[in-house]
Design a binder for this molecule. Structure first.
Ligand SMILES: [Zn+2]
Length: 417
C-alpha cells in the first residue's frame, strides 16, 4: 500500500525485494478481501434495533417506526445512531455504506469521524418531518449538503426518492432531471411488497417500475432496492437499462416481503449488490450474514443448487455494491491503483477447519466475528478485532438515553392502541 492505495499484488516471497522499505504485516491463516460494501442501509435506525419485531411492513412502518421517528428524529438522533452503526459495520468488515435517512449531514459527519467511506441520499419524500417540509425542501437541503462535501474523497451522493408510494410524479420528474444534470445515481426502495405494486396499479394504472420508466428514472444510475416482485419483462428492462438491484435478504425475510429472483437477475446480466437495510428490520448490519442468506435463498428460490455460488455472493457484497454506487473505478476489488479499502478475515479455529476454498468459507462458514483487520484508504480502522479509534465519547450514555425514550413511547402505544 502507498498513499492510501493498493500499489501491487504479488507473491509474498517477492515483496521484500521489490518493496524493501515497506512495513510488513504478516497475517497467517487470513484471507484478504475488498472492504465490504453495504449498498443499502438507514444507519441511524440502529437506535431502533429490536424495537418492533415480527410485524408486516406497513404495520411496522405506520404504527411503530414512523411514530417513533416523528417523536425522536433530530440531528443528534441521527449522529448517535449512525455512529453506532459505523462501529458495528467496521467491526464486521464493511468499509463503505449507502445511506438513506433524514438529516444526512449528521450521518455523514458520523461516517467521517469513524473513517468509513459513505454515500448519502439526497432524500425525497412528500411528507413533512423534523428535517423538511416537503419534497422541494428535502431536495434543496440535500443539494446544499452535496455542494458542501463534493470535494470530500470519502463521501459521495445519490438522489434518494424514498419509494413509489411516498413520492409524487412531479418530484420524480425533478429527480430524473437532477440525476442527469449532476450525474449521480438514484437510490430507491422498489417492488418491495405485493401491496406496493397493487397500490400503484390502483393509483397510477401501472406497476411502480413502469411508472418510473415513464418518468425517466430507469437507466444505468438506478439502484432498485429489494426488487422482490418482478415480472420477466421487468427483469429484462432492468438488464437492458443497466440498472442495479440491491438485494436485502434478511430484511425481505423478516418483513415477509417475498423472495427476490436473484439468480434470474444475474442470468439476465443485472448488477446485483447486497444491503443490510436498517437495523430495525434486520436486526444486524452484517454483510457476512447477507452473503450467506443470499446464497442459500437464491438456491431455494431457483430450485437450483448452482444459483448464486459463493464467488458471486462475495462479488455482490464488494464489486457489485461499488458498481451500483458508481464507485467501481475506486473500490470493490483488490487491484493496484484502487483505494486500499481492505478486510482481513482469519480462517482458523475449529469452526473453520479445514479450509479447502477460502471463498466458500467466507460465505458459508465464517462470520463477522472472524474479521481481524480493516483498512479504509490504507488507514487501519480495526486491528485485532477491535476498533482502532473508539466511538465518540459518551456514545454509550446517549444510546441509553434514546433507548429509555423510545421504550417509553412504545409502552404508551401499547397502553393506548
Ligand atoms: Zn430500506
Amino acid at each position: 500500500l502507498r498513499d492510501g492505495k493498493i500499489e501491487a499484488v504479488l507473491p509474498t516471497r517477492e515483496a521484500p525485494a521489490r518493496f524493501p522499505g515497506h512495513e510488513a504485516l504478516d497475517l497467517a491463516d487470513h484471507v484478504l478481501i475488498p472492504g465490504l460494501v453495504n449498498a443499502h442501509t438507514h444507519a441511524a435506525m440502529s437506535l431502533m434495533r429490536g424495537l418492533a419485531d415480527d410485524l408486516p411492513l406497513m404495520t411496522w412502518l405506520e404504527k411503530h417506526i414512523w411514530p417513533a421517528e416523528v417523536q425522536h428524529v433530530s440531528p443528534d438522533f441521527v449522529r448517535d445512531g449512525a455512529a453506532l452503526a459505523c462501529a458495528e459495520m467496521l467491526r464486521g468488515g464493511i468499509t463503505c455504506f449507502n445511506d438513506m435517512y433524514f438529516f444526512p449531514e449528521a450521518a455523514l459527519e458520523a461516517a467521517l469521524a469513524a473513517g468509513l467511506r459513505s454515500v448519502h441520499g439526497m432524500i425525497v419524500f412528500e411528507y413533512p418531518s423534523a428535517y423538511g417540509s416537503d419534497a422541494q425542501d428535502y431536495l434543496r437541503k440535500g443539494l446544499q449538503l452535496r455542494d458542501r462535501y463534493r470535494e470530500d474523497a470519502r463521501t459521495s451522493f445519490c438522489l434518494a426518492p424514498h419509494a413509489p408510494y411516498t413520492v409524487a410524479d412531479a418530484s420524480f420528474k425533478r429527480v430524473s432531471t437532477l440525476a442527469a444534470e449532476l450525474d449521480v445515481p438514484i437510490h430507491i426502495h422498489l417492488h418491495e411488497t405485493q401491496e406496493e405494486i397493487e397500490r400503484s396499479l390502483a393509483e397510477h394504472g401501472v406497476r411502480p417500475l413502469e411508472r418510473l420508466r415513464r418518468l425517466g428514472l430507469v437507466g444505468p444510475g438506478l439502484i432498485a432496492v429489494h426488487a422482490v416482485h418482478l415480472l420477466p419483462e421487468e427483469i429484462e428492462l432492468l438488464a437492458r437499462e443497466r440498472c442495479s438491484v440491491v438485494h436485502c435478504p434478511s430484511s425481505n425475510l423478516k418483513l415477509a416481503s417475498g423472495f427476490a429472483p436473484v439468480a434470474r437477475l444475474l442470468e439476465a446480466g443485472v448488477n446485483v449488490a447486497l444491503g443490510t437495510d436498517g437495523a430495525a428490520s434486520n436486526n444486524r448490519l452484517d454483510l457476512f450474514q447477507e452473503m450467506r442468506s443470499a446464497a442459500l435463498l437464491a438456491k431455494a428460490v431457483a430450485r437450483d443448487a448452482r444459483a448464486l455460488p459463493a464467488h458471486a455472493a462475495l462479488r455482490a457484497a464488494t464489486l457489485g455494491g461499488a458498481r451500483a454506487l458508481g464507485l467501481d473505478a475506486r473500490i470493490g476489488s483488490i487491484v493496484p491503483g484502487k483505494a486500499a479499502d481492505l478486510t482481513a478475515v482469519r480462517l482458523s479455529g475449529p469452526e473453520l477447519a479445514p479450509c479447502y476454498e477460502p471463498v466458500s468459507h467466507l460465505v458459508y462458514a465464517a462470520g463477522r466475528e472472524h474479521v481481524t483487520h480493516v483498512w479504509v484508504d490504507g488507514e487501519p480502522r480495526v486491528s485485532g478485532g477491535e476498533l482502532v479509534k473508539a466511538p465518540p465519547r459518551g456514545l454509550d450514555t446517549q444510546i441509553g438515553m434514546w433507548q429509555n425514550s423510545l421504550q417509553k413511547l412504545a409502552a404508551s402505544e401499547r397502553a393506548d392502541p
